[in-house]
Design a protein around this ligand. Structure first.
Ligand code: CP
Length: 320
């Protein structure tokens, strides 16, 4: 599909919950729409009137730095009013349910809800109940679609096209919503994806994602165009899912020396937050091969694009 054809597509969805039901063309439309949004970010005056009068609620039931902040910045640049719903100071602590909380916000005429929740399926549940649009900012171990979209944007900026590209995703695949959303989307875009981790964090049932799996990082490195390290959730060690941080680092930790085995000008991604010295060495995280800070910047542009498409009913023809 050409860029012109992608631009001609219009967005018809109320919600963005996962990438599994998006077509490759819809993903391309979001990425295309994020391009002019990124240009706006480099302006001295970063403010558009596009969504003036629209309101967005951020409902984060789990901690977040990048996702929450970038959605807030994205919405404000587009001119929307943002309500930061603070779980700690809310009636959630008096036992108010997720649905009643969301309906209360809707009764205040909120147009879009962005939710992060520890329960897989929380965003889909809300989307079915609310007139307002819903964006999934990460739900349990299920999906983190906006993280995957910003990862795609970052890779596309480098390569233009995903076909023929080999992308390794390394770490705790079993518990990772980032790995799942990336694998589903990258497969649609035509990339070769390999999920890599120790057998305890990469059980055979992960093959349902339809991409290759491997326990051996060093064997997969040659020819890799991108390597994405996942944050190792350190509490997993208590559950006996990996023996020690040193052992994990020896087999799966990304270092400059290890990345050199790709034989290519490979880029290194990480969704954050980083465990430096565990899944990625500090010198690699801060090297020119690392695109971790670009991912964060691109997160704002991609989230602007999504908010615009969902609230503006727009097409890829964004004129900012
Ligand atoms: N990548 C990501 O979701 O980061 P936060 O938890 O800081 O939002």
């Amino acid at each position: 599909m050409s860029k012109k054809e992608v631009r001609a597509l219009s967005w018809k969805r109320k919600d963005l919950l996962d990438l599994d039901d998006l077509s490759a063309q819809e993903i391309e439309l979001i990425l295309q729409c994020a391009l002019p949004m990124k240009e706006v970010l480099s302006r001295p005056l970063k403010k558009l009137p596009t969504l003036r009068g629209k309101s967005i609620a951020l409902m984060f039931y789990e901690n977040s730095t990048r996702t929450r902040t970038s959605f807030e910045i994205a919405g404000k640049i587009l001119g929307a009013d943002i309500t930061n719903f603070s779980v700690a100071q809310s009636s959630v602590y008096k036992g108010e349910s997720l649905l009643d909380t969301a309906k209360t916000l809707q009764a205040m005429n909120i147009d879009l809800v962005i939710i992060r929740h520890a329960s897989s399926g929380a965003s889909e549940f809300l989307a079915k109940q609310l007139r307002a649009g819903v964006i999934n900012g990460g739900d349990g171990q299920h999906a983190h679609p906006t993280q995957a979209l910003l990862d795609f944007f970052t890779m596309k900026e480098r390569w233009g096209d995903f076909r023929g590209k080999k992308i390794l995703i390394v770490g705790d695949i079993l518990h990772s919503r980032v790995a799942r959303s990336n694998a589903l989307g990258l497969k649609k875009l035509g990339a070769e994806v390999v999920l890599i981790g120790p057998p305890t964090l990469l059980p055979p049932e992960m093959s349902y994602l339809g991409v290759r799996t491997s326990y051996n990082l060093d064997r997969e490195l040659p020819g890799a165009d991108a390597v994405m390290a996942l944050r190792l959730q350190l509490e997993r060690q208590q559950s006996g899912l990996f023996p020690s941080l040193r052992e994990y680092n020896r087999l799966y930790g990304l270092t400059k020396e290890r990345i050199a085995k790709t034989g290519k000008d490979t880029i290194v991604l990480h969704p954050g937050p980083l465990n430096r010295g565990v899944e990625i060495s500090s010198d690699l995280a801060d090297s020119v091969q690392s695109v971790i800070e670009e991912q964060v910047t691109n997160g704002v542009a991609v989230r602007m694009a999504l908010i615009y498409l969902l609230m503006g009913g727009g097409t890829g023809n964004v004129v900012a």
